[in-house]
Ligand binder design. Structure first.
Ligand SMILES: Nc1ncnc2c1ncn2[C@@H]1O[C@H](COP(=O)(O)OP(=O)(O)OP(=O)(O)O)[C@@H](O)[C@H]1O
Ligand SMILES: [Mg+2]
Length: 315
Protein backbone atom coordinates (compact mmCIF):
# COMPACT_ATOMS: atom_id res chain seq x y z
CA UNK A 1 0.00 0.00 0.00
CA UNK A 2 1.19 3.51 -0.82
CA UNK A 3 0.80 4.74 2.76
CA UNK A 4 3.07 2.00 4.08
CA UNK A 5 6.42 3.32 2.89
CA UNK A 6 8.51 5.13 5.50
CA UNK A 7 9.94 8.55 4.60
CA UNK A 8 13.36 6.90 4.11
CA UNK A 9 11.89 4.26 1.83
CA UNK A 10 10.03 6.91 -0.15
CA UNK A 11 13.27 8.86 -0.59
CA UNK A 12 15.06 5.70 -1.70
CA UNK A 13 12.34 4.85 -4.21
CA UNK A 14 12.36 8.37 -5.62
CA UNK A 15 16.13 8.36 -6.00
CA UNK A 16 15.90 5.06 -7.87
CA UNK A 17 13.32 6.29 -10.40
CA UNK A 18 14.27 9.94 -10.88
CA UNK A 19 16.15 10.88 -12.93
CA UNK A 20 15.27 7.80 -14.95
CA UNK A 21 18.08 5.22 -14.70
CA UNK A 22 19.64 3.69 -17.83
CA UNK A 23 18.17 0.46 -19.17
CA UNK A 24 18.64 -2.45 -16.76
CA UNK A 25 21.41 -4.94 -17.60
CA UNK A 26 20.29 -8.24 -19.14
CA UNK A 27 20.81 -10.28 -15.95
CA UNK A 28 18.63 -7.87 -13.97
CA UNK A 29 15.86 -8.22 -16.54
CA UNK A 30 16.15 -12.00 -16.28
CA UNK A 31 15.90 -11.82 -12.49
CA UNK A 32 12.69 -9.79 -12.76
CA UNK A 33 10.82 -12.64 -14.44
CA UNK A 34 8.42 -14.34 -12.01
CA UNK A 35 9.58 -17.66 -13.52
CA UNK A 36 11.94 -18.53 -16.35
CA UNK A 37 10.34 -17.74 -19.71
CA UNK A 38 7.59 -15.60 -18.12
CA UNK A 39 7.34 -11.94 -19.15
CA UNK A 40 8.86 -9.22 -16.94
CA UNK A 41 6.00 -7.39 -15.16
CA UNK A 42 5.85 -4.11 -17.07
CA UNK A 43 5.46 -1.96 -13.93
CA UNK A 44 8.82 -2.98 -12.45
CA UNK A 45 11.70 -1.99 -14.79
CA UNK A 46 11.65 1.69 -13.66
CA UNK A 47 12.53 0.44 -10.14
CA UNK A 48 15.34 -1.89 -11.19
CA UNK A 49 18.02 -0.01 -9.23
CA UNK A 50 16.31 -1.14 -6.02
CA UNK A 51 16.66 -4.80 -6.94
CA UNK A 52 20.33 -4.35 -6.23
CA UNK A 53 20.19 -2.21 -3.10
CA UNK A 54 16.94 -3.05 -1.42
CA UNK A 55 15.47 -6.34 -2.56
CA UNK A 56 12.74 -6.56 0.16
CA UNK A 57 11.50 -3.10 -0.80
CA UNK A 58 11.63 -4.05 -4.49
CA UNK A 59 9.45 -7.08 -3.76
CA UNK A 60 6.94 -5.03 -1.77
CA UNK A 61 6.71 -2.60 -4.67
CA UNK A 62 6.09 -5.37 -7.15
CA UNK A 63 3.00 -6.44 -5.19
CA UNK A 64 1.65 -2.92 -4.53
CA UNK A 65 -1.64 -2.41 -6.43
CA UNK A 66 -0.92 1.28 -7.11
CA UNK A 67 2.49 0.39 -8.54
CA UNK A 68 0.93 -2.40 -10.60
CA UNK A 69 -1.52 0.11 -12.06
CA UNK A 70 0.65 3.18 -12.66
CA UNK A 71 4.24 2.08 -11.97
CA UNK A 72 6.71 4.92 -11.19
CA UNK A 73 4.02 7.59 -11.56
CA UNK A 74 2.64 6.59 -8.13
CA UNK A 75 5.64 8.28 -6.49
CA UNK A 76 5.51 11.66 -8.20
CA UNK A 77 4.40 14.30 -5.68
CA UNK A 78 1.15 15.22 -7.44
CA UNK A 79 0.04 11.60 -7.61
CA UNK A 80 1.48 10.38 -4.32
CA UNK A 81 -0.29 13.09 -2.32
CA UNK A 82 -3.62 12.20 -3.89
CA UNK A 83 -3.11 8.50 -3.21
CA UNK A 84 -2.25 9.25 0.43
CA UNK A 85 -5.42 11.31 0.67
CA UNK A 86 -7.40 8.26 -0.41
CA UNK A 87 -8.25 9.40 -3.95
CA UNK A 88 -8.69 6.67 -6.52
CA UNK A 89 -6.02 5.86 -9.11
CA UNK A 90 -5.84 8.04 -12.22
CA UNK A 91 -6.22 6.65 -15.72
CA UNK A 92 -2.81 6.47 -17.38
CA UNK A 93 -2.10 6.80 -21.09
CA UNK A 94 1.08 7.40 -23.02
CA UNK A 95 2.03 9.75 -25.81
CA UNK A 96 5.17 11.28 -27.30
CA UNK A 97 8.01 10.24 -29.54
CA UNK A 98 11.05 12.49 -29.37
CA UNK A 99 11.45 12.52 -25.60
CA UNK A 100 10.30 9.01 -24.81
CA UNK A 101 7.44 8.26 -22.46
CA UNK A 102 5.01 11.09 -21.89
CA UNK A 103 2.52 9.95 -19.25
CA UNK A 104 -0.93 11.54 -19.16
CA UNK A 105 -2.72 10.92 -15.87
CA UNK A 106 -6.43 11.64 -15.73
CA UNK A 107 -8.48 12.16 -12.59
CA UNK A 108 -12.19 12.99 -12.64
CA UNK A 109 -11.48 16.65 -11.93
CA UNK A 110 -8.06 17.24 -13.49
CA UNK A 111 -5.36 15.80 -15.70
CA UNK A 112 -1.60 16.12 -15.44
CA UNK A 113 1.31 15.26 -17.68
CA UNK A 114 4.62 13.76 -16.51
CA UNK A 115 7.45 13.73 -19.03
CA UNK A 116 11.22 13.31 -19.01
CA UNK A 117 13.22 16.50 -19.43
CA UNK A 118 14.67 16.83 -22.89
CA UNK A 119 17.31 19.45 -22.12
CA UNK A 120 18.99 20.69 -18.97
CA UNK A 121 17.24 24.08 -19.05
CA UNK A 122 13.79 22.83 -20.07
CA UNK A 123 12.55 22.96 -16.47
CA UNK A 124 13.41 26.63 -16.10
CA UNK A 125 12.01 27.52 -19.53
CA UNK A 126 8.78 25.58 -18.96
CA UNK A 127 8.33 27.25 -15.57
CA UNK A 128 8.71 30.72 -17.06
CA UNK A 129 6.41 29.83 -19.97
CA UNK A 130 3.83 28.54 -17.48
CA UNK A 131 4.00 31.74 -15.43
CA UNK A 132 3.49 33.76 -18.61
CA UNK A 133 0.42 31.56 -19.35
CA UNK A 134 2.03 30.66 -22.66
CA UNK A 135 2.75 27.06 -21.69
CA UNK A 136 1.12 24.61 -19.27
CA UNK A 137 1.41 25.51 -15.58
CA UNK A 138 4.28 23.64 -13.96
CA UNK A 139 3.76 21.57 -10.82
CA UNK A 140 6.08 20.02 -8.26
CA UNK A 141 7.98 17.15 -9.86
CA UNK A 142 10.96 14.82 -9.39
CA UNK A 143 14.48 15.34 -10.80
CA UNK A 144 14.74 14.72 -14.53
CA UNK A 145 10.99 15.11 -15.16
CA UNK A 146 8.41 17.81 -15.70
CA UNK A 147 5.02 17.50 -14.09
CA UNK A 148 2.59 19.92 -15.71
CA UNK A 149 -1.05 20.71 -16.16
CA UNK A 150 -2.72 18.98 -19.06
CA UNK A 151 -3.73 21.70 -21.52
CA UNK A 152 -7.24 21.11 -22.84
CA UNK A 153 -8.15 21.88 -26.42
CA UNK A 154 -7.55 20.69 -29.95
CA UNK A 155 -4.33 20.96 -31.91
CA UNK A 156 -4.55 23.87 -34.35
CA UNK A 157 -4.37 21.62 -37.40
CA UNK A 158 -7.25 19.49 -36.10
CA UNK A 159 -9.72 22.30 -35.45
CA UNK A 160 -13.09 21.61 -37.05
CA UNK A 161 -13.95 23.78 -40.08
CA UNK A 162 -17.12 25.18 -38.47
CA UNK A 163 -15.01 26.89 -35.81
CA UNK A 164 -12.77 28.60 -38.35
CA UNK A 165 -14.50 31.93 -38.84
CA UNK A 166 -12.27 34.89 -39.73
CA UNK A 167 -12.82 36.33 -36.26
CA UNK A 168 -11.85 33.13 -34.53
CA UNK A 169 -8.74 32.76 -36.69
CA UNK A 170 -7.70 36.37 -36.13
CA UNK A 171 -8.14 35.78 -32.40
CA UNK A 172 -5.90 32.71 -32.48
CA UNK A 173 -3.32 34.60 -34.55
CA UNK A 174 -3.38 37.43 -32.06
CA UNK A 175 -3.02 35.09 -29.09
CA UNK A 176 -0.08 33.26 -30.67
CA UNK A 177 1.55 36.61 -31.56
CA UNK A 178 1.18 37.71 -27.95
CA UNK A 179 2.51 34.40 -26.65
CA UNK A 180 5.63 34.46 -28.81
CA UNK A 181 6.26 38.09 -27.94
CA UNK A 182 6.04 37.31 -24.23
CA UNK A 183 8.46 34.42 -24.59
CA UNK A 184 10.87 36.58 -26.56
CA UNK A 185 10.69 39.35 -23.99
CA UNK A 186 11.65 36.74 -21.40
CA UNK A 187 14.67 35.78 -23.55
CA UNK A 188 13.10 32.47 -24.60
CA UNK A 189 13.42 31.32 -28.18
CA UNK A 190 10.77 28.62 -28.75
CA UNK A 191 12.60 26.97 -31.67
CA UNK A 192 9.89 24.47 -32.59
CA UNK A 193 6.81 23.95 -34.69
CA UNK A 194 3.95 26.17 -33.59
CA UNK A 195 1.02 25.90 -36.03
CA UNK A 196 2.01 22.81 -38.04
CA UNK A 197 4.88 20.66 -39.28
CA UNK A 198 4.89 19.09 -42.77
CA UNK A 199 2.87 16.14 -41.42
CA UNK A 200 0.23 18.36 -39.87
CA UNK A 201 1.48 17.97 -36.29
CA UNK A 202 1.17 21.01 -34.10
CA UNK A 203 2.25 22.16 -30.63
CA UNK A 204 -0.56 24.69 -30.34
CA UNK A 205 -3.61 23.63 -28.36
CA UNK A 206 -6.68 25.77 -28.97
CA UNK A 207 -9.90 25.77 -26.96
CA UNK A 208 -13.31 26.59 -28.36
CA UNK A 209 -13.31 29.93 -26.54
CA UNK A 210 -10.08 30.79 -28.40
CA UNK A 211 -7.62 30.40 -25.55
CA UNK A 212 -4.33 28.78 -26.52
CA UNK A 213 -1.28 27.10 -25.01
CA UNK A 214 1.99 26.07 -26.57
CA UNK A 215 3.32 22.76 -25.31
CA UNK A 216 6.79 21.17 -25.46
CA UNK A 217 9.76 23.40 -24.63
CA UNK A 218 12.15 20.47 -25.09
CA UNK A 219 14.35 22.19 -27.68
CA UNK A 220 13.67 25.80 -26.71
CA UNK A 221 16.57 28.03 -25.74
CA UNK A 222 16.95 30.49 -22.88
CA UNK A 223 19.15 33.19 -24.37
CA UNK A 224 20.06 34.96 -21.13
CA UNK A 225 23.68 33.77 -21.40
CA UNK A 226 24.09 34.59 -25.08
CA UNK A 227 26.76 34.87 -26.56
CA UNK A 228 27.92 32.08 -24.22
CA UNK A 229 26.10 28.95 -25.32
CA UNK A 230 26.95 25.39 -24.37
CA UNK A 231 27.01 22.60 -26.94
CA UNK A 232 23.62 21.28 -25.86
CA UNK A 233 22.08 24.66 -26.67
CA UNK A 234 23.89 24.87 -29.99
CA UNK A 235 22.62 21.38 -30.75
CA UNK A 236 19.07 22.44 -29.93
CA UNK A 237 19.42 25.34 -32.32
CA UNK A 238 20.87 23.42 -35.24
CA UNK A 239 18.55 20.43 -34.99
CA UNK A 240 15.73 22.50 -36.43
CA UNK A 241 17.83 23.48 -39.45
CA UNK A 242 17.08 21.29 -42.48
CA UNK A 243 20.80 21.21 -43.38
CA UNK A 244 21.63 19.62 -40.02
CA UNK A 245 19.69 16.47 -40.83
CA UNK A 246 21.71 16.14 -44.04
CA UNK A 247 24.94 16.75 -42.14
CA UNK A 248 24.09 14.17 -39.45
CA UNK A 249 23.49 11.59 -42.15
CA UNK A 250 26.97 12.21 -43.56
CA UNK A 251 28.98 12.87 -40.38
CA UNK A 252 31.83 10.42 -39.91
CA UNK A 253 31.71 10.13 -36.12
CA UNK A 254 30.78 11.97 -32.94
CA UNK A 255 34.01 14.01 -33.05
CA UNK A 256 32.98 15.32 -36.47
CA UNK A 257 29.58 16.36 -35.07
CA UNK A 258 31.23 18.01 -32.06
CA UNK A 259 33.58 20.01 -34.32
CA UNK A 260 30.60 21.16 -36.36
CA UNK A 261 28.76 22.22 -33.18
CA UNK A 262 31.81 24.07 -31.86
CA UNK A 263 32.07 26.00 -35.12
CA UNK A 264 28.36 26.69 -35.10
CA UNK A 265 28.66 27.98 -31.52
CA UNK A 266 30.92 30.75 -32.82
CA UNK A 267 28.46 31.58 -35.54
CA UNK A 268 25.61 31.81 -33.01
CA UNK A 269 27.71 33.94 -30.66
CA UNK A 270 28.20 36.41 -33.51
CA UNK A 271 24.47 36.40 -34.34
CA UNK A 272 22.34 38.87 -32.40
CA UNK A 273 19.66 37.58 -30.05
CA UNK A 274 16.95 39.27 -32.07
CA UNK A 275 18.15 37.54 -35.20
CA UNK A 276 18.05 34.15 -33.44
CA UNK A 277 14.62 34.86 -32.03
CA UNK A 278 13.29 36.00 -35.39
CA UNK A 279 13.48 32.41 -36.55
CA UNK A 280 10.35 31.75 -34.45
CA UNK A 281 8.52 34.17 -36.73
CA UNK A 282 9.76 32.33 -39.81
CA UNK A 283 8.67 29.01 -38.27
CA UNK A 284 5.25 30.47 -37.48
CA UNK A 285 4.82 31.68 -41.06
CA UNK A 286 6.01 28.38 -42.55
CA UNK A 287 3.84 26.41 -40.13
CA UNK A 288 0.80 28.48 -41.01
CA UNK A 289 1.39 27.83 -44.70
CA UNK A 290 1.67 24.09 -44.00
CA UNK A 291 -1.50 24.16 -41.91
CA UNK A 292 -3.28 25.93 -44.76
CA UNK A 293 -2.64 22.98 -47.07
CA UNK A 294 -4.94 20.94 -44.86
CA UNK A 295 -7.28 23.59 -43.57
CA UNK A 296 -7.66 25.83 -46.62
CA UNK A 297 -5.67 28.79 -47.90
CA UNK A 298 -8.25 31.23 -46.53
CA UNK A 299 -6.98 30.69 -42.97
CA UNK A 300 -3.70 32.44 -43.73
CA UNK A 301 -4.78 36.08 -43.99
CA UNK A 302 -6.79 36.38 -40.75
CA UNK A 303 -4.24 34.47 -38.63
CA UNK A 304 -1.38 36.47 -40.09
CA UNK A 305 -3.14 39.76 -39.50
CA UNK A 306 -3.97 38.98 -35.88
CA UNK A 307 -0.48 37.67 -35.28
CA UNK A 308 1.40 40.64 -36.74
CA UNK A 309 -0.75 43.17 -34.95
CA UNK A 310 -0.32 41.51 -31.57
CA UNK A 311 3.37 40.76 -31.96
CA UNK A 312 4.28 44.30 -32.91
CA UNK A 313 1.86 45.95 -30.47
CA UNK A 314 3.83 44.55 -27.54
CA UNK A 315 6.82 46.45 -28.91
N1 LIG B 1 0.76 19.76 -21.15
C1 LIG B 1 0.15 19.04 -22.06
N2 LIG B 1 -1.17 19.16 -22.26
C2 LIG B 1 -1.83 18.40 -23.17
N3 LIG B 1 -1.24 17.47 -23.93
C3 LIG B 1 0.09 17.29 -23.78
C4 LIG B 1 0.86 18.06 -22.86
N4 LIG B 1 2.14 17.67 -22.93
C5 LIG B 1 2.18 16.68 -23.85
N5 LIG B 1 0.94 16.44 -24.37
C6 LIG B 1 0.58 15.43 -25.38
O1 LIG B 1 1.65 14.50 -25.49
C7 LIG B 1 2.26 14.60 -26.78
C8 LIG B 1 3.76 14.52 -26.66
O2 LIG B 1 4.28 15.55 -25.84
P1 LIG B 1 5.62 16.33 -26.23
O3 LIG B 1 5.42 17.10 -27.49
O4 LIG B 1 6.03 17.10 -25.04
O5 LIG B 1 6.66 15.13 -26.45
P2 LIG B 1 7.42 14.71 -27.79
O6 LIG B 1 8.23 13.53 -27.44
O7 LIG B 1 8.05 15.92 -28.39
O8 LIG B 1 6.24 14.21 -28.69
P3 LIG B 1 5.93 14.49 -30.22
O9 LIG B 1 7.09 13.93 -30.98
O10 LIG B 1 4.63 13.75 -30.39
O11 LIG B 1 5.82 15.99 -30.33
C9 LIG B 1 1.76 15.91 -27.36
O12 LIG B 1 1.72 15.88 -28.76
C10 LIG B 1 0.39 16.04 -26.75
O13 LIG B 1 -0.55 15.26 -27.45
MG1 LIG C 1 6.85 17.50 -29.21
Amino acid sequence: MIGDYTPDELALIRRAIAPAPPKPPEEVIEAMRPAPGMPVPSHMPPFWKLSDLAMPLFLRLSADPAVKAISRYAFFPQVYQRLLAGQSLPQLEFSGRARGMVGILRYDDLAIVIKPLQSSREGQIARTAGELTVGPGQLESLPGYLTEEFSPGTFFTELPQELLTDDFLAGVGSTVGTMLRRLHQADIYYNDVTFSDPRGRSHLLVEENGSCRLIDFGISMMLDRHPDLDLEEVHNFVRTLPMYRVFRGMAEDQAHVDRFLAEYAEKLAATSKSEIISRDLTFAQQGLNMAARRMGERIIAPVQEGFTQAYTALG
